[in-house]
Structure formats: C-alpha cells, structure tokens
Write a protein that binds this ligand. Structure first.
Ligand SMILES: [Zn+2]
Length: 79
C-alpha cells in the first residue's frame, strides 16, 4: 500500500472542506485520522472549531451531567 507523505497545506485544504460540511463521511474520517497525527493540522482544526466545540460541550454537560455523576459514584462504591 502506498502511503502519501503528510502535506499540511493539502490536509488543511481538506479540513476547510470538512469545516464547511463538504466532505462525505468516509473522507471526513480519513481527514480526522490524519490530522490527529499532525499538531499543526490539529491546531488549525481546533482554532476553527472553538465555537462549535463550546456549544457541544454545553449540550453534553446538560444532558449527561447526571449520568456522569452516577457513573462516578458507582466507581467509587466499587473500590
Ligand atoms: Zn499537517
């Protein structure tokens, strides 16, 4: 299998498409996997998803806060 060398400019172009929702699921997964191995590309992605990330964290906290607490308590009881 031929593996292309990582090219930040190339991947960042794909990340921009990802952020715009232009990529299909398969390609999105490939881009996400690749950027996790490159701090430069990951930094680019993170700096452009701060807003979206903040929103999703708030939603997660509201919907899962109780379960998380229960989960933690059951772990403590299990010790
Ligand atoms: Zn890169």
């Amino acid at each position: 299998m031929h593996i292309q060398p990582h090219n930040c400019q190339h991947l960042i172009a794909d990340i921009q498409l990802l952020l715009d929702g232009e990529l299909d699921r398969h390609k999105e997964n490939r881009v996400r996997t690749e950027m996790e191995h490159c701090p430069t590309c990951l930094q680019y992605y993170n700096s452009h998803t701060v807003y979206k990330k903040t929103i999703s964290e708030k939603v997660t906290r509201m919907s899962c806060g109780h379960d998380f607490k229960e989960n933690l308590l059951s772990k403590i009881r299990g010790l």
